[in-house]
Design a protein around this ligand. Structure first.
Ligand SMILES: [Mn+2]
Length: 406
């Protein structure tokens, strides 16, 4: 049986307000082609199907469209909910899903049997069983006793996760003795590099779970939650497939992949690279370096490359900030879009601490005095200084009267 393991689709994801729906469509095109040519029997999607608990109608449309398209390729699909998904939202169309032979487990129910899914081969025999365990929420893990301190609480969560995987293994063994079992999971396991887009520091994250706690019964652990593809344990095949395309700039150098298993030859997955549809670029330097970099971009990806620009200058200079704004405003190169700009002055922190004397207390300082000292360190003409000070007064008045214009 051929199985593809993927996770963290985050349908509906926006990167600095830039919609990544085209990335998803291109990935599904590629995946459909792969499933068809490789004759894949089973697709596992280990959580974070959507980016938001209440996805837009466009995101939902994409999801249903993708499921139907892949299912028509004679490939069974099992998807679980992640920490970004709403279990209720994923489970709502369950009747229709079931009628279409699509298995979606949004969240844990009272009965753990519900997540144990037998998979039949073309001759109708049960060849494999999947423990489709979704992201485990606090309520799924809470045991009778209340933990008194943080450490106990974290330990209780860890034990709770361990218990659920052990119980799932026991059900598999009891109901389908001798049939190999694979478990899905959406959680953080210890010793893993993560990236910016795993937005929430979940309780599950704090409770760094150890790969050995999955037990010995499952042949393979198909994990989601960490967006960088990686193997977790050397002993048993415990893998994060990672997200299919970069969801944040911290993932821009990841090699995105899906994992392919062929149970005839065992449970070590083959890593299949997903083509890169879009480049994410981080450009940093002083003003003239940035200008040079922005003028020498070369386009070679199917979708628009997105750019983050970091201006790094030694000395604070308002003109440089303005010049960067202009540079960004005027930037117009086909195939590229600047989605974020940042300014950093290396001496800024030194500068502000030099503004007041050591024996001065913060509460003794008046905003206007601090500001006056700040602008005194710059070589502004006297007229400009007056104008800047007047503008500061105006802002200060607004702030103090609570009228912040928000
Ligand atoms: Mn995720």
């Amino acid at each position: 049986m051929k199985i593809v393991h993927t996770a963290d689709w985050h349908i509906g994801k926006k990167l600095h307000k830039h919609d990544l729906s085209q990335d998803f469509d291109l990935f599904i095109d590629w995946l459909a082609h792969f499933i068809e040519t490789e004759k894949v029997d089973l697709l596992l999607i280990s959580g974070d199907v959507f980016d938001l608990a209440n996805p837009s109608s466009e995101a939902r449309r994409q999801y249903y469209r993708a499921l139907i398209r892949l299912q028509k390729l004679n490939c069974k699909i099992i998807a679980t909910g992640g920490n970004h998904d709403s279990p209720a939202m994923l489970d709502a169309p369950q009747e229709i899903m079931r009628a279409l032979d699509l298995t979606v487990i949004g969240g844990l129910t009272q009965n753990l049997d519900d997540v144990i899914v037998p998979v039949r081969n073309s001759t109708g025999e049960i060849e494999l069983v999947i423990a489709a365990i979704p992201y485990l929420r606090d309520a799924d893990l809470r045991s009778g006793e209340q933990a008194s301190n943080h450490e106990d609480r974290v330990e209780a969560i860890r034990t709770g996760i361990e218990r659920i995987f052990a119980e799932a293994a026991a059900i598999c063994q009891q109901k389908y003795p001798g049939i190999p079992a694979i478990a899905m999971g959406h959680l953080y396991t210890a010793g893993i590099e993560s990236s910016e887009s795993e937005r929430d520091i979940q309780i599950g994250n704090l409770a760094a779970f150890r790969a050995s706690q999955f037990g010995n019964y499952f042949k393979y652990l198909a994990l989601g939650h960490i967006h960088k593809p990686q193997r977790v344990s050397a002993e048993k095949p415990v893998f994060y497939s990672g997200s299919p395309f970069p969801l944040s700039f911290s993932e821009r150098t990841d090699e995105k992949r899906i994992l392919l298993l062929d149970t005839r030859s065992g449970y070590e997955p083959k890593s299949i690279a997903i083509p890169s549809f879009r480049r994410l670029l981080k450009l940093s330097g002083n003003l003239s370096e940035l200008e040079l970099k922005l003028n020498s971009l070369e386009h070679h990806a199917s979708l628009k490359s997105l750019i983050e620009v970091d201006l790094v200058e030694e000395q604070y200079d308002a003109h440089k900030v303005y010049a960067l704004d202009q540079l960004v405003d005027q930037f117009q190169t086909d195939g590229f879009e600047i989605v974020k700009q940042r300014v950093q002055f290396k001496n800024q922190i030194d500068g502000s601490s030099q503004l007041y004397h050591e024996e001065q207390q913060l509460e003794d300082l008046k905003p206007k005095d601090v500001f006056a000292e700040l602008i005194a360190t710059h070589n502004y003409a006297e007229d400009d200084q007056h104008e800047i000070m007047a503008a500061f007064d105006e802002i200060l008045e607004d702030v103090q009267s609570g009228n912040t214009g928000v």
